[in-house]
Design a protein around this ligand. Sequence first.
Ligand SMILES: [Zn+2]
Length: 439
Amino acid sequence: MRRPNRVFALAAAALLFSLLGLSLVGAGRASAAAGDAASDPAATAPRTEPVAPSGLPIALGARVAGDTERTRLVIDLSSGLQATVFPLADPNRVVIDLPEIRFDLPNGTGEEGRGLITTWRYGLFAPGKSRIVVDTTGPVAIDRTFVLPAADGQPARLVVDLVPTTAAAFAAKVAEARAARGAPTTTPDGIAPDSGVTADRTRRTRPLIVLDPGHGGLDTGAVATDGREEKTITLPFAQLLAQKLAETGKFEVKLTRDDDTFLPLDRRVEIARELAADLFISIHTDSAPQPYVRGATVYTVSDRASDAEAAATAALENKSDIIAGVDLPNASDEVADILLDLARRETRNFSRQISNALVTEMKTTTKLNANPQRAAGFRVLRAHDVPSVLVELGYLTNKDDEARLEDAAWREKTAVAMVGAIEIFFGPRLAQGREFGGK
Ligand SMILES: [Zn+2]
């Protein structure tokens, strides 16, 4: 249902952008195009520039030039488009919002910065919306932003010039840009409240399991030595697990994301809660500084990490929103409440039970970590009323794990083992004919 509308909207947007051609934008606010469509060579000349099969504009190349006095980011584009550029604090970042485009950039692009730019990344942020997030060495001012149309054999170019500024001036611009976006002050902005995931909240005879493929869009997650990205492993694995669970006929299954789109951590939690899920499983792959560290690990939430590595993993996984440039003005913890605490205690008991079952079942088929059951402060496991676990399938920084993750037979037996664990977890309640959900 959503997809045809989205494709249509994108096609309409792409047409509009190509008609507009050159457009000048300032920090936080787009201004009108300079010159009309008739005088824009991109609109009248025969199209010779590359076009993605989907009709999306393409980022063809990128470079960073300049020094710490003035740093310029240039993105070569197949056609002109409109960009919105704004600063974001904690840490210092510059966000470039674009209509959905395809990034045809070499592997490793953005990993090395220059001047005021340390690193930058790009990708799909939300349906129909691409984003570039630039990490900066300190507070910067967005001095100039413009889009040049294709001319003299040169592609269209998006140019962003950054210059140093004071912390106070940067903070003022962050607040100004937030107000201009009309961003809410308590929830992440830029995300459609409707995820497209819906379910009946009434009581049901089958448990509902929400599977959460980690990362997505411009948040790639961990990257293997061969360049393979975590987000491209978590999605097909979650889809496989969903299929295996559905085949039992015992469970209802929903995915938090079913394509390569970014999803904020809080939104993943909200989806599980809105659906009154009976179980939430977030799927990830790990990385570690030591290449010998390997094996699958099952995590539950805890205010105090079980060990230093667990704390490091949670810190890494919790960075998703920062990586994607999500504005989190008041990222605070939930209010302490005695009723919440009681619900939380029961939920944590259940989370511990599913963690036990997963480790028991997976150890027969899957190489587990030396310490396979751990706990830490994962933001994505914060739902106080949905039993939640996070499964790290293996380490992308370990050669053996990497090979296993690539192996279809391994993925198959691991998914089957996880289904076995979930059946054990729900077994007594299913046997009693208990109702589920509708909390
Ligand atoms: Zn992850």
